[in-house]
Ligand binder design. Sequence first.
Ligand SMILES: [Zn+2]
Length: 275
Amino acid sequence: MPELPELEVVKEFLVEHLVGRKIEKVEVLRPIVVRNLTDLDFTSLEGQAFTEVRRRGKFLIFSLDALYLVLNPMLSGRLYFCLSTERRLAKTFVIWHLQDGFDLRYVDQKQMGKIYLTPDLSLVPGFAMQGPEALEVTFETFKERLKRHRGEIKGVLVNQAFVAGIGNAYADEILFRARVYPFKRRPGLTGEEIRRLYEAMGAVLEESITTIRERMGDQIHLKFRDFLAVHGKGDSPCPRCGTPISEVKARGRLTNFCRSCQPGIMIGRSRSLGG
Ligand SMILES: [Zn+2]
């Protein structure tokens, strides 16, 4: 799933290449991902120019003359920026044909993402409930907001109402950097662990943005994850201590962590899940 670091770099690319460009034609090839919250036709965007591109949490927001396009790519949604002459991929859902012969395309292998057309961002499901941006929240606010949650710390980090932008992959990276057991319940965290989590969150996200920025270029549909320390690295040696990285499926998520650097005991683990 694209998370804050990937979407931030995609946003930077689109600010540079999309803002000011006019939409010549809109092709909705598969309407299933489109949620039109206006009484206008989706193709009414033809002739309008993109005036701004922003990111909020895991949403990308495209401002047009009087409306917003809001993209929530979920697990599998990808944007392509390419020449109109480029071959279309099988799971292309929407194409915005731009002036100068370029396309912005939305491709989604599992059709889980959503594209909203709306006059008001608060109408977009899950938008208004988001907590502060993970890279903007202060330590005091982070600490204060943490008190509202009593569950396992990984579940808190991926909760967009706590802070916005972190998903499954970067939660694993942050917990590893902070040396905190992912299934530790929030009330059991020490002040020192909370401090380490906050610092790890900023460092991991900032460093990842820098790495992705160096590598992405115009390939905004690619997901760079090979540089991560533990996520997706089950059975590889821990980069810190050499212990094989654990991979646990619990609470409907795959979690990678190092049992030696992040020790702990899972309480109330679902027995139907292996790992
Ligand atoms: Zn380790």
